[in-house]
Ligand binder design. Structure first.
Ligand SMILES: Nc1nc2c(ncn2[C@@H]2O[C@H](COP(=O)(O)OP(=O)(O)OP(=O)(O)O)[C@@H](O)[C@H]2O)c(=O)[nH]1
Length: 842
């Protein structure tokens, strides 16, 4: 086949054997015939003769010595591959064909499963070389004449011959003797037969090779590489078609192997561009793969872990989940409680309503009337919350009436209550703070039970109250709604039991449960600094059981519980879910509404507190996170804003209604405008608290915020917009929703690119062959051309290409071709600064 096309010249063989041309000419002269020249092509007979000659004259003294020499010199494989082969072409029938092809694996061992064809070539040469190199001088003295012994002692030739054994047709009747000094054995192998079982010899050489190999790993790799190379070359020599296919396979395999080594960490969610850069591929490739999976995602979209992992695996990467464990996560158990661990807990109730409608009176009446016998004798403590027992079941009341405290807690993220009692005086009806309370309760998503109080009074008109409630979308049960309204009198005690019964009923429907068998978690209800005791806090345990001696962390304070008392002033050791307790032992006074956790590691808890303090400071600088008209559009665009809650305050009720309706009509597909509260009067502290807790904007007409409200709004970043004309408000909010509030722009640099070569292509223009130094250049970026630190031009990109394909973006470390719309005087070494203009607001 292709082998036949190769010719083995005398000079080549001399080189291979590391002898001079003259030596070889002299050697061949002994064979008779025409004197050879350096360029003469050798016949197989001649080659065989030479090999035999040198074999006999270059015996090794010991196998080890031979092998030691033999391991390295693999380099000549290339020639070894080719040269002897061509001989075969001319003299097909030559008896002693030194066909190099087959081969014992002696040397090639490093490869676990070497291809028989490839190896022999690799191995053959070195051995010849080894022989020639080392023992030669000595041997020459001893055995000046070739042929003399019928036995030939060499392994290199043995290997060549081993090849013959593989190829029966090639067997040319070669006789070799092996004298392996170190093994003290002698073998004669007659290759003239049609088959030589060299396997057993090969095996021995394999073993030897192995042992050597262990000593020299470098050799191992070197050989392996060479073997591969020789395989490649060999393949090239053979059929082209086959070669391309197998090469392709090999390439793909290599690529896969390479990529498999690439480990990517993927978090729960990842942006497509980030995924691409972690996978070291272009975003387009990732997007294509995503499409293949049926996921249409743009470069800036986020994909979940599962999808990202599929893409990564398809691209041959090894996926590992990126998990960020914060101190908080390490310290605080957030695992869901298994269903079987949950036990019923009592409801936590708050009382709300307008001033003087009787909130405190109702709370007192309940407390005094339902102190359990076991608790009798305990002195009632006002710790901010208390528990009563009714019909064998407990109810926890928050002792601070009014929605202010409630909303203050909610603003801090604490959803403490399950049920709100809305107190409405039967003689007074619904008043502004009643409406506020309703809205606060609704915003918190708690169940409302209406207590129509002062029923003992003359002029009590519960029906009017019910009517007014309907106007606030609270329809009482008797009228077909789902709101329970109980007529009560705090003064006489009328209806109080019924109220408690209904609380238990609602609680039952709500199926309130908690797991008492875990570290406690809950909310700080109240906290103060006591001169003698230090910081004192009332905690409401919401889950788990709080134990005396527990280390707790509450907001930014930490400490070990020193004393723990219940609402009757009794010292207790344990407090389960929905239990209010007063504790001492904290290092600092926490804030009402802070979440507390009992933790196992005090040291870590202190670390967490430090971290929280730091975060709290940072948060102060980031108040713009709150929704404002200025950032409304960007929040909508980012998908963070699905609903725009607004609080409307106006001078007259008519304006409130008018504004409410006009604003709600502004709702569009992206965002729903929802007026969560509307009222007459100045913007109050309570409005700001509600806005803060609900992430709402306050819109005021012909009203001003009171000083406290103003201050609170500034502190908490609540946006208060004041107008004199309704039309202005509507226009401004509409503009804000469309992102048209007089935008400001700033430049955001995305990448620095170096121009490495400039091509002028007709019809295309000047192409800057560039390299992205850092960042990521996007197709839509603008380019500032900087030469020696001086801005030469600013222009738009007209094309961004990776090789011949248009690219959406090119990341650092990649090359790309850039053409600019107008500027053509690009020079090598220019720096392109890619940037885009970003809209921002103060
Ligand atoms: N006749 C009658 N008077 C009541 C009843 N409940 C409360 N009052 C009176 O109404 C007034 C206000 O009661 P509070 O319990 O202080 O009302 P509040 O809602 O807690 O008031 P603030 O704490 O100011 O918000 C007191 O003078 C009570 O005596 C009742 O059922 N009947």
């Amino acid at each position: 086949m292709s082998m036949k096309t190769t010719k083995y010249k005398l000079s080549d063989m001399a080189k291979d054997l590391k002898v001079t041309n003259n030596d070889l000419i002299e050697c061949l002269g002994k064979l008779g015939g025409e004197p050879k020249k350096t360029q003469s092509v050798l016949t197989p007979d001649e080659i065989s003769y030479v090999l035999e000659y040198y074999t006999q004259n270059n015996q090794v003294d010991s196998f080890d010595a031979f092998y030691a020499n033999n391991v390295k010199p693999v380099k000549e494989e290339k020639k070894a591959d080719k040269k002897p082969v061509k001989a075969e072409k001319k003299e097909k029938k030559a008896e002693k064909k030194p066909e190099p092809k087959p081969a014992p694996k002696a040397e090639a061992k490093p490869e676990p499963k070497p291809e028989p064809k490839a190896e022999p070539k690799v191995e053959k040469k070195p051995e010849v070389k080894a022989e020639t190199k080392q023992p030669a001088p000595e041997q020459k003295k001893k055995q000046p004449a070739p042929q003399k012994p019928a036995k030939k002692k060499e392994h290199g030739v043995r290997q060549q011959l081993g090849g013959f054994s593989d190829k029966k047709e090639a067997s040319g009747g070669y006789t070799i003797s092996e004298d392996n000094d170190s093994f003290g054995t002698q073998r004669t192998i007659d290759t003239r037969g049609s088959y030589i079982e060299l396997d057993k010899y090969n095996e021995k050489y394999d073993n030897l090779a192995n042992s050597k190999q262990n000593k020299s790993k470098d050799n191992f790799t070197k050989k392996q590489k060479l073997t591969q190379k020789s395989q490649q070359r060999k393949k090239q020599q053979f059929s082209h078609k086959k070669e391309t296919e197998s090469e392709k396979l090999r390439r793909l395999e290599l690529e896969r192997a390479r990529k498999q080594q690439l480990k990517v960490m993927i978090p729960d969610e990842i942006v497509v561009s980030e995924l691409a850069s972690r996978l070291k591929v272009t975003a387009t490739e990732v997007i294509k793969k995503l499409m293949g999976l049926g996921v249409m995602a743009s470069i800036n979209e986020v994909v979940d872990f599962d999808t990202a992992a599929l893409v990564a695996e398809e691209l041959g990467a090894k996926v590992e989940k990126e998990v960020h464990v914060t101190i908080e996560e390490r310290l605080i158990e957030t695992d869901e409680d298994p269903e079987e661990s949950l036990q019923e807990r009592c409801p936590v109730v708050v009382v709300m309503g307008h001033v003087d409608h009787g909130k405190t009176s109702i709370l007192d009446r309940i407390r005094n009337a339902h102190v359990t016998d076991t608790e009798a004798g305990g002195i009632t403590q006002h710790i901010g919350a208390y528990q009563v027992e009714y019909q064998g079941k407990k109810i926890t009341f928050l002792d601070t009436p009014g929605h202010e405290a409630f909303t203050a807690m909610r603003a801090r993220g604490a959803n403490v209550t399950d049920i709100a009692i809305l107190v409405v005086a039967a003689d007074d009806g619904i008043m502004p703070q009643t409406i506020e309370s309703i809205n606060h309760a609704k915003a918190a998503g708690v169940s409302i039970i209406v207590a129509i109080n002062k029923m003992d009074k003359e002029g009590a008109d519960p029906d009017r109250v019910k009517q007014q409630l309907t106007e606030q979308s609270l329809v009482v049960e008797e009228w077909g709604g789902d709101v329970i309204a109980v007529p009560v009198s705090a003064k006489t005690g009328m209806g109080i039991d019924e109220l408690l019964e209904n609380i238990l009923l609602v609680a039952e429907v709500k199926e309130l449960k908690a797991n008492p068998d875990r570290l406690a978690r809950g909310t700080v209800v109240e906290a103060r600094l006591d001169k003698g005791k230090g910081p004192v806090a009332t905690l409401l345990v919401q889950n788990g059981t709080l134990k005396s001696g527990d280390v707790i962390i509450a907001g930014t304070s930490v400490g070990r519980i020193r004393t723990m008392t219940n609402d009757k002033g009794r010292s207790i050791k344990e407090a389960g879910p929905s239990t209010p307790v007063e504790i001492t032992g904290l290092g600092e006074v926490p804030s009402a509404g802070d979440v507390f956790n009992a933790v196992a590691d005090e040291k870590l808890a202190r670390e967490l507190v430090e971290q929280r303090k730091h975060e709290a400071k940072e948060e102060q600088f980031q108040q713009h996170q709150k929704v404002t008209l200025d950032n409304l559009f960007s929040q909508i665009a980012e998908g963070e804003m699905k609903e725009l809650p607004i609080i409307v305050k106006a001078d007259v009720q008519g304006s409130v209604e008018a504004v409410k309706q006009s604003l709600e009509k502004l709702s569009n597909d992206e965002v729903r405008v929802k007026v969560i509260h509307g009222g007459v009067g100045a913007v109050s502290e309570s409005d700001v608290m509600l806005a803060n807790a609900s992430n709402a904007i306050i819109v005021g007409f012909n009203v001003r915020p009171d000083p406290v409200a103003k201050q609170n709004a500034e502190q908490s970043g609540v946006d208060i917009r004041l107008y004199r004309i309704i039309y202005d408000a509507i226009e401004e909010i509409t503009d804000a929703m469309k992102g048209m509030l007089a935008p400001k722009y700033r430049e955001v640099e995305t990448a620095r690119i170096e121009v490495r070569q400039v091509y002028k292509i007709s019809n295309v223009g000047t192409v800057a062959g560039s390299y992205v130094l850092d960042g990521k250049v996007g197709r839509n970026n603008e380019i500032r051309v900087v030469r020696d630190g001086i801005v030469i031009a600013e222009d738009k990109m007209s094309s961004l290409k990776r090789f011949k394909d248009d690219a959406k973006e090119v990341a650092a470390g990649f090359e790309c071709g850039i053409t600019l719309e107008k500027f053509t005087d690009i020079k090598e070494g220019d720096i392109f600064e890619a940037f885009y203009m970003e809209e921002y607001r103060d």
